[in-house]
Design a protein around this ligand. Structure first.
Ligand SMILES: C[S@@+](CC[C@H](N)C(=O)[O-])C[C@H]1O[C@@H](n2cnc3c(N)ncnc32)[C@H](O)[C@@H]1O
Length: 266
């Protein structure tokens, strides 16, 4: 796949009115607009978004996901953001309240992602987990497979899972690892979409294994540099992986938990 780049016009605009509060001010929007991971994520979201979708955003941070959804012409979307950090949730609620309600409305729940999934009593059309997947996996009771099963059980039939995160390529030397971690420590000062962990050591292909292993089907997989000047900074081994999975109808029909789900609100 060809990455979005500034050489190609944006199909959807980046209105400061929608993004500024999430990213910490309109003057910071440029950092996000030029970040290849953000651009790729937004492009893939737009490809799969449909009017009226219910969306669960795990590790939502400042709910920048809701800003993307509003900016890419979301229509009548219902959004539930989940984040373990209270400050992030407070900001996310403010962000959500400022977005046009005709495009997106919803709520933000302070919770560990895995705990939220364990107690979820409804399903979603679209589950997102961007730049927080490895943190969520680390905290998950029962490990990655149990987390994957809970995610799958929260998807409706034909429901989509879009997951992205930054990974350190296993071929990275100790010096490269150190450079990546040093950069990550500095990067937290200007990429303010929530609490940022350093890139994880989970091999990116594990994403496929975790979610394919619980019956989801991989629809597409992409790869991008961590940030625009990654190569210039000598950080080529830090890569962003983005995968889209679907919960196919045949698996949903086989799911023994499907009939005893309560259609309750959160
Ligand atoms: C880097 S931010 C990502 C924000 C946003 N999703 C994005 O696309 O930029 C990661 C967020 O995941 C949250 N997080 C980390 N571990 C979590 C867990 N176990 N459960 C819920 N949220 C978690 C952090 O608090 C943080 O706000």
């Amino acid at each position: 796949m060809t990455l979005s780049s500034d050489r190609r016009a944006d199909v959807f605009p980046w209105p400061a009115a929608l993004y500024a509060h999430s990213v910490g001010g309109a003057d910071r929007l440029g950092v996000f607009r030029h970040n290849p991971t953000v651009r790729l994520y937004r492009e893939i979201l737009a490809r799969h978004l449909r009017p009226g979708m219910t969306v669960l955003d795990l590790g939502c941070g400042h709910a920048i996901g809701s800003c993307h959804l509003a900016a890419i012409d979301g229509e009548a979307l219902e959004y539930v953001g989940v984040d373990a950090n209270e400050e992030a949730c407070a900001r996310a609620r403010e962000v959500l309240a400022r977005l046009p309600a005709a495009r997106i409305r919803g709520q933000v729940v302070r919770s560990d992602a895995d705990a939220f999934l364990s107690g979820a009593t409804r399903r979603f059309d679209l589950v997102l987990c961007n730049h927080g997947l490895q943190a969520c996996l680390r905290a998950a009771a029962g490990g990655p497979t149990a987390f994957g099963q809970r995610v799958a059980a929260t998807l409706g039939i034909d429901g989509l899972l879009i997951v992205g995160d930054v990974f350190i390529d296993e071929r990275a030397t100790p010096q490269e690892m150190q450079r990546i971690h040093d950069y990550a420590a500095r990067a937290t000062t200007y990429l303010r979409t929530g609490v940022h962990d350093p890139p994880g050591s989970l091999p990116s292909l594990e994403i496929d294994a975790i979610f394919s292993g619980v019956g989801l089907r991989l629809v597409e997989r992409h790869d991008a540099p961590w940030f625009a000047l990654s190569a210039y900074e000598g950080l080529q081994r830090a890569r962003y992986a983005l995968c889209v999975f679907v919960r196919a109808a045949d698996r949903a029909a086989d799911d023994p938990t499907a009939s005893d789900r309560r259609p309750a609100a959160i």
